[in-house]
Each structure stands twice: as C-alpha cells, then as structure tokens.
Design a protein around this ligand. Structure first.
Ligand SMILES: CC(C)(COP(=O)(O)OP(=O)(O)OC[C@H]1O[C@@H](n2cnc3c(N)ncnc32)[C@H](O)[C@@H]1OP(=O)(O)O)[C@@H](O)C(=O)NCCC(=O)NCCS
Length: 171
C-alpha cells in the first residue's frame, strides 16, 4: 500500500481519470454507466464541479504513475441544500480492488467534511441493491440506508433492480 498516494485531483488528471472510469465501467454491476458512456465530457463535468463546489481525491500508483482510484462528490448549488454534498461516485481499478484503496478514499472525503466543511451535514450516495459488498462497505463507514428507489436501474441479469439511497450524517 506504500505505493499508493491519495491526493486532491486537478484538471490535468482528466485523461487518466477517464481511462480509470472506462476500465471500471467495463466490469458490469458496479458503476451505472457502461464503458462507452464514459466520455471526456462526462469526466470534465464531474472534475470541474468537484473543484468548484465539491470534493475529489484520486489514488495514484507510484510505480506506474497512473490513477487507480477516484472519489468525488459535489453540492447541488442551491442555498436550501448548502448543507448537502452528494452525487458521490467512487471507483477503484479492478486490478487494485480489495486492497483498501476505496476505504482510504472515503476516509479522506469524510475527514475533509468533518474538519474543513463544518456546514456540510449530509453526504449522499446511491448504490444498486445487488452491489451488496459496496452497500455493506458504505454502512461500515457510517452511511445509513434511507430509501429504496424501486426498479430504478437496469439490472445486468435482465429487468430492473432497486437503487438504495444512503447518507452519512454529521454526528
Ligand atoms: C466499491 C469499490 C469502490 C471499493 O473499493 P476497494 O478499494 O475495492 O475497497 P477496499 O479494498 O477499500 O475494501 C472496502 C470494502 O469494499 C468492498 N469491496 C471490495 N471489493 C469490492 C468490489 N469488487 N465490488 C464491490 N465492493 C467491494 C468490500 O466490502 C470491502 O470490505 P471487506 O474488506 O470487508 O470485504 C470498488 O470495489 C469499485 O470500484 N467497484 C466497482 C465500481 C463500484 O461498484 N462503485 C460504486 C458504485 S455505488
């Protein structure tokens, strides 16, 4: 794990973040987007939103100098929701999953919220019901299941499945 560095992202990371998301999206059942739906425009959109009104960290593999993990979330941009940060997405390269990188990325975000963004009271995310490992992982970080959005997302085995709305609340 000493070969992994967690740091804030910036605009020059966009091409490597795009490569990462394409790779993660090539494995079904995690991200909502398919590989072909990971476009430069999509990545530019979330990197810029995270810089202006959000939080983003990337995990870099020092040996290959590539980005192997990303977490980002951003605000809604309306005063009534200024205490909320959401649209959270996390992705770790398939070859690097299960090594604690996802956990480190989340811990950075939650520490930033706790220490630097006292106005944020709620961190929101949505995960598909079949992604049980991810759901358990989020619960272990303090996220609660708050709701079930029935048949919201297309299932990889056919038909549709529920999306689970989760939130972390400032203690
Ligand atoms: C979910 C994900 C971000 C976790 O990152 P990670 O670096 O693999 O996770 P960590 O090694 O820090 O392990 C933390 C927990 O994540 C979960 N996890 C590990 N690998 C996972 C995988 N391939 N898919 C889903 N969850 C996984 C486990 O619950 C693990 O806890 P455990 O060690 O008690 O089993 C990562 O697996 C991933 O990018 N998956 C594909 C994309 C995705 O599902 N994104 C989330 C959409 S809501």
């Amino acid at each position: 794990m000493s070969d992994i560095l967690i740091r804030k992202s910036n605009l020059i990371d966009i091409p490597l973040i795009e490569q990462l998301y394409k790779k993660v999206a090539s494995v079904e059942g995690g991200l909502a987007r398919t590989e072909s739906e990971i476009t430069r425009e999509y990545v530019e959109h979330f990197v810029s939103k995270s810089i202006v009104n959000g939080i983003q960290f990337v995990a870099t593999d020092k040996a290959s100098n590539t980005i192997v993990g990303d977490i980002h979330c951003f605000g809604i941009g309306i005063k009534a929701f200024a205490h909320v940060i959401g649209d959270l997405t996390v992705a770790v390269h398939p070859d690097f999953q299960g090594q604690g990188i996802g956990k480190m990325l989340f811990e950075e975000v939650l520490e930033e919220v706790r220490e630097m963004r006292p106005h944020i009271l709620r961190v929101e995310l949505i995960a598909r019901e079949s992604n049980t490992r991810a759901l358990r992982f989020y619960e272990s970080l303090g996220f609660e299941q708050e709701g079930r959005l029935k048949k919201r997302i297309k299932s990889v085995v056919g038909g549709f499945e529920d999306d689970i709305a989760m939130a972390w609340h400032r203690p």
